[in-house]
Design a protein around this ligand. Sequence first.
Ligand SMILES: *Cc1c(COP(=O)(O)O)cnc(C)c1O
Length: 411
Amino acid sequence: MKPAIPAVKDRQHESQRARFGPSTQAVHGGRRANPYHAVAEPIVQTATYSFESTAELCAYKDAYMLGAADGRIEYGRYGNPTVAAAEARLAALEGADAAILYASGMAAITSVILSMLPTGAHLILVGDSYRRTREFCLYFLRRLGITCDQVPMGDYEALEAAIRPETRLLVAETPTNPYLRLLDLERFVEIAGKHKLKTLVDATFATPVNLKPLEWGVDLVVHSASKYLAGHNDLLAGVVAGEAGLVASLRGPLGVLGGIVDPQNAALLLRGVKTLALRVERQNQTGMRVARFLEAHPRIEAVWYPGLESHPDYAVARQQMRGFGGVVSFTVRGDLHATARFVDALTLPQIATSLGGTETLISQPALMSYYELDSEDRLALGIPDNLVRLALGIEDAEDLIADLDQALAQV
Ligand SMILES: *Cc1c(COP(=O)(O)O)cnc(C)c1O
């Protein structure tokens, strides 16, 4: 007889401890047993789920009504084990009780806001937000009798002054696009608390490696998981994370609105997110080096990167961010055409919108995101013709800098 080895209960429970670092959480966070003992999360590619008998169906319905269905799912729009595994991983990374995945970042943002606000409510959007978020809050919601005021980034007096009796929600991004402005989370949360308002922060550009808004008291954090979380420019998804009860209240509306993520994409996201901390650490380092290189270059007019002393939110960055991210924005000395020549002279960065993937992407916002406007209207929105947004991948910094150098020589 070999000596008996005592059984250990809940070994995987250990892996959910908040004290683990982001690399550990990215691989183990939320890990649970699966029926196959597979190390890689099984992809449960099914649209619906069957019951052994009518009696089992009725037992499930009874349990469901008591809120005790215990993981049993009726239909793919209401849940999926692969999706649940990805949600548990992302919740662990954010230090959240729970998370919900959506079909895209915009599906997450629109579903959450639609779920939280009744007709007649008012919300406040802190300026410099993602263009489609702004469009949704300012124009789309108006059709439903929900009004929105936009206040400038960094003006906390204006934020507080915009609060009305009907105000329910404050929405902000940090860092913002394209100028990487940072929300002072301490002041933002303090104002929300004083007026008993919920807060929603889009931290897509930050990633949980560089910032966990929930640690600062934000109610819900949202990400376009299409960017850093998935990290390989190969899928669209969105995620919302926060306290258990609040996140649970978003499940019913998701079943109605229907913007769920596909199990295949959830599996790709689970695979991609394992390297999140490795990728973001590299992107933080390359970001800092590229920003310093550009700032010293005579053909560059201005650089926006929160790790530079010249950035308007450098002090907040030092206080609140663990790293400054992989996006660098800058203006080239020259007009729209000179800037386009620079972009075309680059060999490594691909001309594409989006960010946070393994490949470096570059865009001239005047032509990529605001093509239909003329120069003056773009300038009124804060988008000069010579602005460039560089979204760094994981290539070698030396290669990217050499490429930028040769392209700038051609302007
Ligand atoms: C890309 C992006 C979104 C939208 O996400 P999708 O996944 O493209 O729908 C929202 N917010 C920010 C900050 C983004 O960068």
